[in-house]
Design a binder for this molecule. Structure first.
Ligand SMILES: [Zn+2]
Length: 228
């Protein structure tokens, strides 16, 4: 018998809308040469009804040790679009530059504070990042203290992605990107009891010029794993 996930994939029309929304919703993060908004809080929280939080802590340029680090392009729009389609919440860094640090590196950060009420037991926390192109398309970091469910979700996602032609893997010593650092968003969310995963997505899958079929395959893997 087909599982519910396989029996109810997102329709082609819904996937097309999700692909369009991804880049449309990313627009605010491109302001001021990718530093984002020039006023207001550095964080953005959009509340949904299902226990899923899509996170983009590097949606805009940010700072570590007083040096600016480039944004993970198009992860802000991806978090907002996925959250909308999954009925979950989105959190993102909407204003960056030198002033607002790095939520994935700073033990305490206003984005973590703002997201905290949404992050706890039973919540799937998807922390979205971008990496340069390499052997794998997506590396899923499970942190140093994965829950049983987060480990299972990582495997389900990787299987779904591979089935759709995306070269995904769970992070290991060879791949890096394990999200083990004590201050990563993933470890922070695991510490709050959530089932947290870090997704490092290769550049070629995220750009506006990426092949549409490849983007749809990635979105299919996310929606198949986290819709049920
Ligand atoms: Zn990142």
């Amino acid at each position: 018998m087909l599982s519910r996930r396989r029996a109810n994939p997102l329709s082609e029309r819904a996937l097309a809308r999700l692909t369009t929304d991804w880049h449309r919703l990313n627009e605010p993060f491109t302001h001021n040469d990718f530093v984002g908004a020039s006023d207001g809080p550095c964080w953005m929280v959009v509340r949904g009804s299902r226990p899923i939080v899509c996170s983009a802590p590097h949606a805009v340029h940010h700072a570590r040790h007083g040096a600016v680090k480039l944004n993970d392009a198009h992860t802000g729009g991806l978090a907002l679009a996925l959250a909308t389609h999954l009925g979950g919440s989105a959190v993102a860094l909407r204003r960056g530059g030198l002033e607002f640090g790095d939520p994935n590196h700073d033990a305490e950060h206003p984005l973590k504070e703002a997201a905290a009420p949404l992050v706890g037991p039973g919540v799937a926390f998807l922390d979205l990042h971008g990496m340069a192109d390499r052997d794998h398309d997506v590396i899923v970091g499970i942190g140093a203290t994965p829950t049983r469910r987060s480990f299972r979700l990582a495997e389900l996602f990787v299987n779904a992605a591979v089935r759709h032609g995306i070269d995904a893997t769970v992070a290991d010593e060879g791949t890096g990107f394990n999200a083990n650092g004590p201050t990563t968003m993933t470890m922070w969310a695991l510490g709050r009891g959530a089932d947290a995963l870090q997704f490092e997505i290769a550049h070629n899958l995220r750009t506006v010029h990426a092949e549409r079929d490849r983007k749809v395959a990635l979105l299919r893997a996310f929606t198949e794993t986290f819709s049920g």
